[in-house]
Design a protein around this ligand. Structure first.
Ligand SMILES: Cc1cc2nc3c(=O)[nH]c(=O)nc-3n(C[C@H](O)[C@H](O)[C@H](O)COP(=O)(O)OP(=O)(O)OC[C@H]3O[C@@H](n4cnc5c(N)ncnc54)[C@H](O)[C@@H]3O)c2cc1C
Length: 391
């Protein structure tokens, strides 16, 4: 253990992705000294995130609403299309935000834009210290946790928040066991310009190899998230932009007319991760450090932002941000939501992958019920947004 004296802060957040930045904005209140450690990286790879209503309102409270509005498109209608070729194939199901009294289910924005907007705001807060270096060592001590790393003097924090993503070092230092798994899928991401208006409608085609979703962006632009088996994904990814655009246009049944690729494309192997608990020994996990699942139903980042809200609530009013009672409150508040979402997305993804008659039947019957039964539709819409407006 190092003997060099460490700067003292109340809270140190490791990882300056969207979730870590949101945590920095939420926790730098009540005069707390907060440090956010890690480079702000905003690579453009075609990935967008649909910020559901509750997340949107939370971010608006940070004073970034106008900046987000410039870059985001509202999602007023969500359409599910059964493109699985199943015997029990059902007509498309449409959910309208207005059915549950909302202007939009959420707003879609490029991940890179979101991160940049949050980082710009974080840079204006006086109680927040932004340290762009990577953390290399995390050492629990009796009354805090000591952090050291690249280009900064050691820090000691009463609470360390792990927002350091899937391979979280904070999770390892806290001794929190995790389980991770892979799906035989790769997500292709891209942004397109197209001939027709999207009319603020997001469309999810459920295919046998995984969902293919097209989500509105401002103007005549949309983002694509297309899950395919690795072999098919590699073949489609190898196409040049023009051929790729034609392939996607065919896949989405020319819904938006002629399409052209606008910007870099991405390719992400799909997997999941769950943890046995969300905190241990003055360390708490948020975002993908705590849960990872495929991008179905726009849940990942939204769940991460709900972690931030719960942690901020648990810390409020406590003189010691890392006290066992604070962490117990946080753990209790998040366990159910995190487990339910991880389980539900995993199950949905596996039924799509399974070539099984009962799974087809269930999905067909489910979609049919959703299209016909008003209260069930509204329940599903509210569940999709749970933790936000429709709690
Ligand atoms: C194709 C795709 C589409 C998606 N669409 C949606 C969607 O529509 N809606 C939605 O809610 N979610 C969506 N998601 C999920 C969402 O993108 C993620 O949940 C979210 O980006 C995770 O953010 P994070 O900040 O937890 O993790 P990350 O973005 O992985 O950030 C972790 C950060 O920690 C840093 N870091 C790691 N180790 C260290 C260290 N030792 N020291 C300092 N820093 C460190 C990294 O550099 C990184 O900046 C999608 C995901 C994919 C793959």
């Amino acid at each position: 253990m190092s003997t060099q004296t460490a700067d003292q802060v109340d809270i140190a957040i490791v990882g300056a992705g969207a979730v870590g930045l949101a945590a920095a904005l939420a926790l730098s209140r009540e005069g707390r000294r907060v440090a956010l450690l890690g480079p702000v990286a905003t690579p453009r790879d075609g990935r967008t995130v649909a910020l559901l209503d509750g997340s949107w309102r939370m971010l608006a409270e940070f004073g970034v609403r106008e900046a987000l509005l410039e870059k985001a498109a509202p999602l007023e209608v969500m359409r599910l299309v059964d493109d699985s070729g199943s015997l029990f194939r059902q007509p498309p199901v449409e959910f309208r935000a207005s059915e549950i009294g909302l202007e939009a289910f959420g707003w879609n924005i490029e991940n890179a834009d979101l991160t940049r907007i949050l980082a710009d705001k974080a840079g204006t807060l006086s109680g927040l210290r932004m340290v762009p270096g990577f953390v290399r060592a995390i050492e629990p001590e009796a009354d805090g946790v000591r952090l050291s790393g690249e280009g900064f003097a050691p820090l000691k924090a009463r609470l360390v928040v792990g927002a350091d993503g899937r391979n979280s070092q904070v999770r390892a230092a806290a001794g929190i066991a995790s389980r991770d798994w892979r799906y035989p899928q790769i997500a292709l991401t891209a942004i397109f310009e197209h001939a027709r208006d999207h009319r603020d409608i997001s469309t999810e085609f459920h295919t046998r190899k995984g969902p293919c979703t097209i989500v509105p962006l401002p103007g005549r632009r949309s983002s694509l998230v297309w899950l395919l088996d690795p072999q098919a994904a590699e073949a489609v990814a190898a196409l040049d932009d023009a051929a790729f655009a034609r392939r996607v246009e065919k896949q989405v049944q020319s819904l938006l007319g002629a399409m052209t690729v606008a910007g870099p494309r991405g390719k992400v192997p799909m997997g999941g991760l769950s943890v046995e608990r969300l905190s241990a020994g003055r360390m708490a996990l948020i975002g993908e450090a705590a849960h990872v699942f495929p991008p179905i139903g726009a849940q990942g980042l939204n769940l991460g932002l709900r972690d931030v809200a719960a942690l901020s609530e648990a810390v409020t009013g406590s003189a010691d941000a890392g006290a066992p009672s604070v962490l117990a409150d946080y753990d209790r508040a998040r366990q159910t939501d995190v487990r339910l979402r991880t389980g539900a997305v995993d199950m949905l993804n596996r039924t799509l992958l399974a070539d099984l008659l009962p799974a087809d039947l269930m999905r067909g019957a489910g979609l049919l019920a959703l299209s016909r039964i008003g209260p069930l539709r509204r329940l599903v819409m509210r569940q999709g947004l749970a933790g936000g407006a429709a709690r």
